[in-house]
Design a protein around this ligand. Structure first.
Ligand code: CIZ
Ligand code: SF4
Length: 319
């Protein structure tokens, strides 16, 4: 405990010394989320993380999350130094959508508007017309549909088919998935709901369709956090990374939060509902990178300019 307090005070000092601001995702270690809040940084989803890093005057942005979030910060802020606790923290959606294969896929469908989820590499974004996150995907697809555009969507198939269903848009889907959300199980959720019939079921749309269909609220991380605050229910069953419980409980201390089951028997499994790459962000590597400045995000300048256009479109659309 003392060791943790020592690490935390060194992190706070190092942030000041380096003119750095800490931006953390809802899925990372609660200790890191708390330090980000207490030092004037932010805790947010990937859309808000991008906005915040862009707005903040600090010359160094430290991104606690996964690599695409660091890359997004660098694409938007080439003049700033962008550090991450570890550059090894990636995402199954990013891994499952290699830029060369994706470019081929796009070349085969030149008549479609290319919309990619933020959870992709800079090279994949550079090939896209639009970048979206789960909090603005639906509105952007509706906007494109109203203009009569057909869409090529990548990489998350579950979010893609959810939006396809709700908007009725013509969408061709890349078959990627999130290894955390695809573990949520319909049968287990049904059993848990029978145990707690009064609970509201909150589901992130990266989950399988059957699980999404059981939801009272389907939404991005920030939308699910809002639901816990605004719905009258006392109990919530939550199907997204359990790192989010820190923020939910902070904003709604009197509500009871239950993890959605990741196994068919209704048992929960902490390690299943937590992203292994988000979990690579710890106090020690966070301190190390602020003090030493290694693990710096670099994005090739041509790639950066190409990736900036679809990202800017998203930020302008949601402004
Ligand atoms: O699952 C993720 O990586 C999410 C939800 C990212 C985001 O948009 O905040
Ligand atoms: Fe990627 Fe899923 Fe981890 Fe989010 S939770 S970073 S989508 S693997």
């Amino acid at each position: 405990q003392e060791e943790k307090a020592e690490l935390e005070s060194r992190i706070r000092k190092a942030l000041k010394d380096q003119d750095a601001v800490l931006v953390a995702h809802y899925y990372v270690d609660p200790d890191i989320q708390r330090i980000a809040e207490e030092t004037g940084g932010c805790v947010a989803d990937s859309l808000e993380m991008a906005r915040f890093g862009n707005r903040h005057p600090a010359s160094t942005v430290v991104v606690a999350g996964v690599k695409f979030m660091g890359e997004t910060a660098k694409i938007l802020n080439p003049e700033k130094r962008v550090l991450m606790p570890t550059l090894e923290a990636t995402c199954s959606l990013d891994i499952g959508c290699p830029a060369d294969e994706f470019a081929e896929f796009c070349d085969q469908h030149p008549d479609r508007t290319v919309v990619v989820y933020a959870n992709t590499s800079a090279a994949v974004k550079a090939r896209a017309d639009w970048v979206v996150t789960s909090s603005c995907a639906q509105a952007i697809v509706e906007h494109l549909d109203a203009r009569g555009e057909k869409i090529l969507w990548a990489p998350d198939q579950h979010l893609g088919s959810y939006i396809q269903k709700t908007t009725g848009t013509d969408m061709l889907l890349w078959q990627g998935s999130c290894i955390v959300h695809e573990e949520f199980k319909f049968q287990g959720l049904e059993d848990l709901k029978a145990l707690y019939p009064d609970a509201a079921v909150l589901v992130h749309p990266e989950s399988p369709a059957q699980v999404v269909e059981m939801a009272d609220v389907v939404g991005s991380t920030s939308q699910l956090i809002q639901a816990v605050q605004s719905l009258p229910n006392e109990r919530f069953i939550v199907a997204t990374d359990n790192g989010i419980f820190y923020k939910m409980q902070q904003l709604a201390p009197n509500k009871t939060l239950i993890e959605a089951p990741t196994a068919g028997n209704g048992a929960t499994c902490r390690s299943c509902a937590h992203c292994p790459w988000m979990a690579m962000n710890g106090l020690e590597n966070l301190l190390h990178v602020i003090e030493h400045g290694d693990q710096e995000i670099q994005v090739d300048e041509t790639l950066r300019e190409d990736a900036l256009k679809p990202l800017r479109r998203m930020l302008d659309f949601t402004a």
